[in-house]
Design a protein around this ligand. Structure first.
Ligand code: SAM
Ligand code: SF4
Ligand code: SF4
Length: 330
């Protein structure tokens, strides 16, 4: 039982129990909505958390009430000795999840099964190979599709993450929904969000209502599912389909009221929000052997209620000061 004053609670009374750790800012893809065209300044090696530091920090968060950890990146599976890391993290007794582009998934599925990691978000923006090459600037489509099938055969809980961009993949919305007819997976449509250097412009985005209209026009009745606590998406199912779909409407209808998320970057900086442009350094005090509890508990007190203060609209002066998405991790 964790004492109340040892929980990570913000000034709005929201207890933070969900941690996303970015294992690296390196990636084997170059998705144009995530990675700025000119690239990013990579974190220098000595400033990247070692595996032991990640494990230690994750343990501190667990002791402060975190019960769920999602591993992300960059691409988390390119992190050297990832297998060792995930096995150690599994010993913390938290629910482990991962967000990956799927390229290296085959290498780790058996291990995931062994340690009980079943929740996999796989980014797959298109079902078309040529378009995949256009979006990711790399040619891994077949490999990703094969790994998706493998994960489903192994009964993993798979969600497909799809960032919708007008004129690029919005014409595939119903093809993705078609997949849910017989496959037990969730299709997660994500509204295009602004980060440093990604040339965001909402006219390129596709909003929640537009997505729902397109789906109901083709498939008819859509059931709204009950959202689990702290859900960051609205969840639906087409009548008679095995799988379901979800919409992450960060732009048109943010869901910050019950936010329970904290992020830690690969260089050990704590972010209170996906759009935070201030950070708390955790790695230096960890390396100095300092007491971490109060640093984490105090850091969350500066959290704003919604979108790091961009309550009404996305403000370029704000989000251009953030990190690029590739070094936050989603
Ligand atoms: N490389 C892994 C992957 O792609 O799944 C994990 C890291 S990636 C930054 C995490 C998620 O962020 C992906 O699902 C990706 O589609 C999403 N993402 C990246 N840029 C985004 C943007 N501008 N708007 C919305 N989602 C974005
Ligand atoms: Fe890499 Fe994921 Fe960003 Fe694509 S979305 S560039 S796979 S980190
Ligand atoms: Fe939480 Fe920020 Fe996302 Fe809102 S925008 S749900 S406050 S992380």
């Amino acid at each position: 039982m964790i004492e109340e004053n040892k929980k990570i609670v913000d000034n709005f009374g929201r207890a933070h129990t969900y941690l996303r750790i970015s294992l690296t800012d390196r990636c084997n893809l170059r998705c144009f909505y995530c990675m700025p065209e000119e690239g990013i300044e990579l974190i220098e090696k000595p400033n990247i958390m070692s595996l032991e530091e990640i494990i230690a920090l994750a343990g501190k968060f667990r002791d402060l009430g975190v019960d769920t950890i999602r591993l992300t990146g960059g691409e988390p599976l390119v992190r050297k000795n990832f297998g060792y890391l995930v096995e150690e993290l599994a010993k913390l007794g938290v629910t482990l999840k991962i967000t990956t582009n799927g390229i290296m998934l085959d290498k780790y599925l058996d291990l995931f099964q062994k340690i009980g990691l079943r929740k996999i978000n796989l980014s797959l923006d298109t079902l078309d190979k040529a378009k995949s090459v256009f979006i990711t600037k790399r040619d891994y489509f077949e490999r990703i599709m094969k790994n998706l099938e493998k994960a489903l055969e192994m009964d993993m809980e798979v969600k497909l993450n799809i960032v919708l961009i007008k004129g690029v993949n919005d014409n595939e919305i119903n093809d993705f929904i078609e997949l849910t007819k017989h496959k037990n997976l969730t299709i997660k449509f994500i509204e295009f969000m602004p980060f440093k250097g990604n040339k965001w412009d909402w006219s390129k985005g596709v909003g929640k209502q537009e997505i729902l209209d397109l789906i109901s026009k083709r498939f008819g009745n859509i059931d709204e599912l009950k959202n689990p606590p702290h859900s960051t998406s609205s969840n639906f199912k087409v009548d008679g389909h095995v799988g379901s779909f979800a919409i992450v409407s960060t732009i048109t209808s943010p869901f910050c009221d019950e936010c329970n998320r904290i992020r830690v970057t690969a260089d050990g900086k704590m972010l209170n929000c996906l759009f935070a442009n201030s950070e708390t350094d955790l790695l230096t005090p960890l390396r100095n052997g300092e007491q971490m509890d109060d640093i984490i508990i105090n850091a969350i007190k500066t959290k704003k209620y919604s979108r790091d203060g961009m309550d009404v609209k996305m403000d370029a002066d704000h989000y251009e000061k953030n990190r690029s998405m590739i070094s936050i991790g989603g």
